[in-house]
Design a protein around this ligand. Sequence first.
Ligand SMILES: Cc1ncc(COP(=O)(O)O)c(C=O)c1O
Length: 1011
Amino acid sequence: MKELSYDEILISPNKAVEILFQFYGIIGEASMLPGEYDMNFKIRVESKDTYILKISRPGTAFEELDFQQKLLQHLVHHKSSLIAPVPFLDSSSQLITEVTDDFDRQRYVRLLSWIPGRIYHELNPQRDSLRLSLGETCGILTKALQNFDHPKAHRNFEWDLADSLWTCSHLELFNNEEQQILHYFQDRFKKIQKGYKKLRQSVIHNDANDHNVIVSSDLKDPMVLAAIDYGDAIYTQSINDLAITCAYGVMGQEDPLSASLAIIKGYHKSWPILNEELEFLYDLVAMRLIITVTKSALNKIKEPDNVYLQVSDAKAWGVLIKWGELSADFVHFSMRNTCGFSPHPQEIEFYNWAKKTNFNLKQLFPSRSTKDCLNLDLSVSSNWLGHLSEFADFDLFEFKINKLQQKHPNKIIGGGYLEPRLVYTTDAYMKMGNERPESRTIHLGIDFWLPPETAVHCILQGEVIVATNDKGDKEYGGLIILKHQEKDLSFYSLYGHLSVKSALARKKGEIVEAGDLLAYLGNYPENGNWPPHLHFELMLSMLDYDVDFPGVAYKSEINVWKSLCPDPNMLFKLESLNTPSTSSNEELITYRKEHLGKGMCLSYDEPIQMVRGMGAYLIDQFGTSYLDTVNNVAHVGHEHASVVRAGQEQMALLNTNTRYLHQNLNLFAEELLKTFPPEFTVVHFVNSGSEANELALRMSKIVTGNKDILASEMGYHGNTNACLEISSYKFDSKGGSGCPEHTHIFPIPDSFRGKYIGLDSGRKYADEVELKIKSLLNSGKAPAAFIIEPIISCGGQVELPPGFLKETYKLVREAGGLCISDEIQVGCGRMGSTFWGFQQHEVIPDIVTIGKPLGNGHPVAAVVCTKAVADTFANGMEYFNTFGGNPVSCAIATEVLQIVKKEKLQENALEVGNFLKNKLLEIAREFPIIKDVRGQGLFLGIELTDNTLKPLADQTAYLANRMKDLGILMSVDGPDHNVLKIKPPMVFTKTNAEQVLLGLKKVLSEDYMKI
Ligand SMILES: Cc1ncc(COP(=O)(O)O)c(C=O)c1O
């Protein structure tokens, strides 16, 4: 029969409407949908999407459609939630209606319910929670179809994975590289046919591709509702359905294995997968993709106009290439892990064998007269390791190891199995995950720290399978891998960082006996830049590695790796070799809930445990790093080496108080005053921002003899009583009890969304302050002080409009009050163009309070004022502060101020801040949810509202949480919780800024952020 052209197959929407009325008595509008076989129409009745009308191609066999309809009818009666469309009967109670088209050809018509929602492939983002739900729904479907059958389900079909080897005869459609990939998988599939044929079978949907899956309309946490289009359903191996779901569900993902595991987990929950089925999943996913690309190549020739037929082609190739790069065994072990089986099939066997063994360290190092061990903690949170700069210093590291050994001459220093370490930082240890870059941090072997040339002996007979000079991205020294066979159990032992000469003396295939000398430990530099040590690792499988078997693993894959590389201490059974456990996040949270004040809040829906800081990064207990845009406290960068050293050095000498002379106090005061205009000559030392403001308020009251304070709406000035009483951000919010008697709050001078809009609003806001002053004066009082930040931080990074500060300072002073500039957030060069925020407004305050940035995390703060203020304040009462101004804090603060200068961090704030702000303004044009970008230097804010300027707190919280998923920490503030704040350590680079911009663009494109 002559093949019909696509035009001849087409049915018009008008014709569909006609058919709908004639056979179902329904009046509706029809719009055409894409489809491979049927002509599909979405039917709207009374403005609601209600049905889908399916009109077959000419020549479609009735039996095939009968199969689909009966299948859907079967699913209607299934108990589970909606997983498929419901079929409707026509006016003569038929499930399938016969009609003739305009060319007098017979067509079959079916009417199904329309499932409202979104199509899977349109969703952004596609995260593990969605994939889990995809797996769950598909599992329910497989389960629901277990007791269904139909004669048409038993047919030969090109999309049946069991028949997929037909693709082998179309290799000529592809280029050489593509052919290699296809051939690799086809060949594997040929070899496993026997086992595959024995797997359990049932009718399956067979096409849960991302265009056939309907997802709920919930933009934040979407759930998969149903699979549609049952035209490909077939009786075959049940596991095929999961393979197909995975093949499409992982498309477009950086890490398809990790993505597939979420689907498998969901599926296994609904329909438990059998152990023997899992063995085939890796190949089946690939074979489905191969059918897709082969059909697509054939269709390009056959129906070049039908784009639907090529829809998954490029994405399928993307997955195929990545899938082919994975170790099939590793995929299998990962899938086993996901389904609750021991990841490595021989894990238990190995445990049982190891339990019975009785090895000791003397057998491994006979030249050492001890079996005893001293655990060395090299984890991310190790105190012994100290500052990273110390660790990077080879001589110092070696010195520390030698010292430790001298202190414990009868012990072998060792440890490190499953220890999260921070030292593997080159690209070879990195990969891009589905959300963020990941690095290998979890150590898989045990390290023994011994002198160079220490003899390493064989503790168990084995065959040498690797004996090499291990040179990867850098030198690692000699490497030997032995293969051991214990009855049916085979495993491997790996010896790294040997002397190259002794490792090369071993020959591949050679058998070494228990007790034989294996090799000697290597030394610097041939074993890399670490002090001499043996890396001893066990493996139950070599995967696809010949030489460069990993010594560290990704945290996300650790359950699989620890099964694959069991603890070498299982052989020695030494308590001291066990890696000390650290508190889990859950434990910390539980304790916190019970014993720490409830008002101390945690950031993020899923809190993080931070154990280290490094420049602009914070690092959790697993070695996962986060770019920090929140921490204006770590002003010169987290754990800046010189600041740490300054504190350590002074701490080692003396820490007292201001009642003794000490040059550190003077040096700090001198360094601080250098940054001020000449009007400021006196410093008082305190420990925190709150204390600084507390003292500034006391000074103002004593100097003026007044009690009343003028402060901004939504201002925050600290947590002491007096500070809280002037902080509208607190007393006007949850738990607050309103404005106290002596506080006078003026409207927040927010020129974007405040009482007065526009850059010329400064005068109007100053008038508001004037009103407050007048009312004070009218009641016979006068202000003690006017306090404000140059950019109101907690109020949502609100920049003061031009002229406001100049006007208000004048008014306040005329009324007898002092002017306090709270520089606790913005000071010390953060503004970029000026060192202090008040300098941007051409005013000179009477008192400046400084906190957060001064100590780079150490509690040190200061109050700086004019001589006049200081002299009047000194009324005879001693100002004593136990910790304020101690020599350690002063040493630290002096160092911070010097680093700002030395490293030109103010200039950096200006350059990077301007770059970031300009780019954010560009992004705001692209994403209308961003309505304002503001701030100076590295103190910026982005405000999110809808088009009526209604603040979008949920979206802002979503944005911050999603940025955290991408590895970027951001905070939310403002009275309406809709301002994203950016105030990173001042060592923040342009590259860091670009990383933030990239992340923001990604999240802003997500469905939940659309307005
Ligand atoms: C503007 C401002 N002033 C004062 C304080 C209080 O500082 P501290 O928390 O060091 O007491 C803060 C703290 O966030 C602040 O942001």
